[in-house]
Design a protein around this ligand. Structure first.
Ligand code: XBP
Ligand code: MG
Length: 253
């Protein structure tokens, strides 16, 4: 018999909010400028850099693939860590100024799930301070308590697409994969959630709309709102917007 849905597990970047192009990318560039580096990550280049999750990992990937001339300092790990810490500071400041809203339907669905007594968690590769800043600037500081597990950043050594962050979340919640559903926006995200055995709802964004989402329970352009419907891009369901009834039927299907 199929298990009953117990919990919703959300990715952050690209899923709760469109943070990559106008948030993380801008914060990286601000950190580079502050460190007097002439690196500028354009919107197009950043799309390629997103192949690697995690900010520190992304900086290394950039130097390996796109800026091979750069002479690495002797204390390279410390250099990357300091650059990334500055980037996090910029990102947190941007969230504090309310620069990035939640995506359509996210707050509505979270509130509906809470009201229905479902359990909530976050599984992301981003730094914990970024999640705190985004959630409290958009939903209020009390909203951090709504998520019983916030699994983020370096808490597991292998970031997405490895399943580790979802496996960690499930273990902390004491739940099995077939009792939960994940919300993701990218190929690396769904590889991670499906690797942990989770059914996954996808909402795409500009950087991920051409990713391969084979196996997703549904692919939407956004969660949508009653007055601003979503589009179903993949999946056999007719829906105006993603509410808990739709999530439950996708989970049971
Ligand atoms: C998100 C990421 C993160 C952010 C930056 O991936 O790849 O690295 O871009 O965060 P996902 P940090 O949405 O699949 O979790 O710089 O704090 O690492
Ligand atoms: Mg994401």
């Amino acid at each position: 018999m199929a298990s009953e849905l117990q919990a919703l597990i959300f990715d952050v970047d690209g899923t709760l909010a469109d943070t990559e192009r106008d948030g993380h990318r801008v914060a990286f560039n601000a950190a580079f400028k502050e460190a007097v580096l002439d690196w500028v990550w354009s919107e197009a280049l950043y799309g390629e850099l997103l192949a690697v999750t995690g900010g520190k990992e992304r900086i290394r990937f950039y130097l390996e693939k796109f800026n091979t001339e750069f002479e690495k300092p002797v204390q390279f790990d410390e250099f990357v860590a300091a650059l990334h810490a500055a980037k996090t500071r910029h990102f947190v400041e941007m969230m504090g100024r309310g620069e990035i809203p939640l995506r359509p339907g996210v707050e509505r669905l979270i509130r509906e799930a809470r009201a229905a007594g479902l359990r909530l968690a976050i599984a992301t590769t981003t730094t914990p301070a970024n999640v705190e800043a985004l959630v409290s600037s958009t939903l209020g500081s009390d909203a951090l308590q709504w998520f019983e597990v916030i699994a983020a950043g370096d808490i597991v050594p292998a970031k997405k697409p490895a399943p580790d962050i979802y496996e960690y979340t499930l273990e902390k919640m004491g739940l099995a994969a077939d009792q939960c559903i994940a919300f993701e926006d990218s190929l690396n995200g769904i590889l991670s959630s499906q690797g942990a055995g989770l059914k996954t709802v996808i909402t795409v964004n500009g950087y991920t709309c051409h990713d391969d989402f084979t196996g997703a329970v549904v692919v939407l352009d956004q969660m949508g709102e009653p007055d601003a419907p979503c589009r179903v891009l993949q999946g056999d369901i007719d829906m105006r917007y993603l509410d808990l009834a739709a999530v439950s039927s996708l989970f049971q299907a």
